[in-house]
Design a protein around this ligand. Structure first.
Ligand code: G1P
Ligand code: ZN
Length: 545
């Protein structure tokens, strides 16, 4: 094998965000851009030398091109073996599953998650370590430092590898196995959930479902698991073929972007009883009942309260964790169960230590993410199976399960308002203004809502004691309402301000308000305190979830 050493100069801005490095496709296509970053990863992940690497992506534009480059660089670096998904496809949870199952040294996932794809869309790359989870900040910081000073990279002089069809080939001494993208993952799901019971739901005609794969990576997974293994209705999976531009759509499973699914579920008495969608790389989930939306924060709480009913969790759960902006619905359940509930910064990487240290079994985020200790990523298909199994055990609809949960634990009305593509300086100044005010806000009262606490959230990891600061301004009110402000770490254009608002209501007579109405006063208070409209020159948020 001939290895070429290529001279390069640093590409600015290769600092990974909440979830890897995300940029526009044309940024990644610049000379040496991808190569610099991959070499920087290799220089930190020395365990890959002589080790196994899992490699795949969500199928977006530039996926297979990037895979070919990474394979040649991996061979030059001395990786022993690479398992790559057929057609270059692997969902994020499948990569996590494969790393753990095959004791890989790490995995590279090519995805910009729920961001649009195609030639004018976004591309991304993230590295997962040998526990199957996203690399911790110490790792990504080290990668960034190297990227700032890189002067050369190595790449094997080799032909492209065929990615269609499961086969074994070599670049020099490095073995490349093109594997079935789905089977190992599907086996893991069958161990966690009662497939027979779920199958009976469908075969008895009691339930039909609609899963929107949004032309992203979960299509093949959903077909194999829902249609083949669980014998769901034949039309259960829509938009099931992965496309490089996701069919022009925005592969984000929410009420706005999964509109075809939402229309099906709201189509009256003939609508399917269960609906779900996942995102570009298959780690997010949205759960719907007939004409009913399950807020992701509620979903985590409901999962926590009921996990013991499902085979994979029948011994009970150890503890739970949620990210700061996720509603405190799960806190109520944890309190009642007498288990620990951790509050972490935004991003799945903060759950890794808690899972590895066996402090928690379930974890989740408001941004349509939930997961468990079965892997070290959030997992869309897993969440769908969790709900299907729950429906089969409880013999109740999605709406009935959710309403009875509210009845028992109270309801957390919850919304997120996003202000997108704000000028970076304006966004920073808004956050700085909140930080400066924080201490003085305590005990102030707005429209009858009295502030109990206001701070800039800082997290000390209980396992490795690392400290992560400035993770968002949280304002807690005496009636348990809460407002959180933070800036997105995944955007690729300007800054995105996220405002998270919640209100806790125990009286079931008040569980039927439209969410924005129930939260109207707090939405105003958020604007008053942060001066959003005046500073951002916006009358409305761009996206309301
Ligand atoms: C967003 C979500 C966050 C999630 C991340 C990766 O990050 O808010 O919960 O972990 O995407 O999927 P943000 O853009 O808010 O930094
Ligand atoms: Zn994702």
């Amino acid at each position: 094998m001939n290895i070429n050493t290529i001279a390069t100069t640093p590409c600015p801005g290769q600092k990974p965000g909440t979830s890897g490095l995300r940029k526009k496709v044309n940024v990644f296509q610049q000379a040496h851009y991808l190569e610099n970053f991959v070499q920087s990863i290799f220089n930190v992940a020395t365990e890959l030398k002589g080790g196994l690497l899992i490699l795949g992506g969500d199928g977006r534009y530039y996926n297979t091109r990037a895979i070919q480059i990474i394979l040649k660089m991996a061979a030059a670096y001395g990786v022993k073996r690479v398992m790559v998904g057929e057609h270059g496809l692997l969902s994020t949870p499948a990569v996590s599953c494969l790393i753990r199952k095959h004791q890989a040294a790490g995995g590279i996932i090519l995805s910009a998650s729920h961001n649009p794809g195609g030639i004018d869309g976004d591309f991304g790359i993230k590295f997962n370590i040998n526990n199957g989870g996203p690399a911790p900040t110490s790792f990504t910081d080290a990668v960034y430092e190297i990227s700032k000073n890189i002067s050369e990279y190595q790449i094997a002089d080799a032909e492209d590898i065929a990615l269609d069809g499961q086969q074994t080939s070599h670049i020099g001494d490095m073995q490349i196995d093109v594997i079935d993208s789905v089977s190992d993952y599907a086996e893991l799901m069958a161990q966690l959930f009662d497939f027979e019971k779920i199958k009976a739901l469908f075969s008895s005609g009691q339930l039909s479902m609609c899963f929107d794969a949004m032309h992203a990576v979960t299509g093949p997974y959903a077909r194999e698991i829902f249609e083949h293994r669980l014998s769901a209705n034949v039309d259960a999976v829509i938009n099931g073929i992965p496309l490089e531009d996701f069919g022009g759509g925005h592969p984000d499973p929410n009420l706005a972007h999964a509109s075809e699914l939402v229309a099906q579920l709201n189509a009256g008495p003939a609508a399917p009883g269960f609906g779900a969608a996942s995102d570009g790389d298959g780690d997010r989930n949205m759960i719907l009942g007939r004409n009913f939306f399950v807020n992701p924060s509620d979903s985590l709480a409901i999962m926590t309260a009921n996990a013991h009913l499902l085979p994979g969790y029948k011994l009970g759960i150890r503890g739970v964790a949620r990210s700061l902006p996720t509603s405190r619905a799960v806190d109520k359940v944890a309190e009642a169960m007498g288990i620990d509930c951790y509050e972490t910064p935004t991003g799945w990487k903060y759950f890794g230590n808690l899972l590895d240290d066996k402090r928690i079994t379930l974890c989740g985020e408001e941004s349509f993410g939930s997961g468990s200790d079965h892997i070290r990523e959030k997992d869309g298909i897993w969440a769908v199976l969790f709900w299907l199994n729950l429906i089969a055990v409880k013999q109740q609809s999605v709406e009935e399960i959710t309403r009875s949960h509210w009845q028992q634990y109270g309801r957390h009305y919850y919304t997120r308002h996003d202000y997108e593509a704000i000028d970076n300086e304006v966004a920073e100044a808004l956050m700085q203004n909140l930080r400066t005010q924080a201490a003085s806000l305590k005990a102030k009262e707005y429209d009858g809502y009295k502030i109990l606490l206001c701070d800039d959230f800082s997290y000390t990891d209980p396992v490795d004691h690392s400290v992560t600061e400035h993770q968002g301004i949280r304002i807690l009110f005496e009636d348990e309402s809460r407002i959180v402000f933070r800036l997105s770490g995944t955007g690729t254009e300007g800054a995105t301000l996220r405002v998270y608002i919640e209100r806790y209501v125990t009286d079931i007579a008040s569980h039927d308000m439209p969410t924005q109405t129930a939260l109207a006063e707090l939405i105003n208070i958020a604007d008053n305190i942060a001066e959003i409209k005046t500073r951002c020159q916006r009358e409305q948020p761009d996206v309301i979830t």
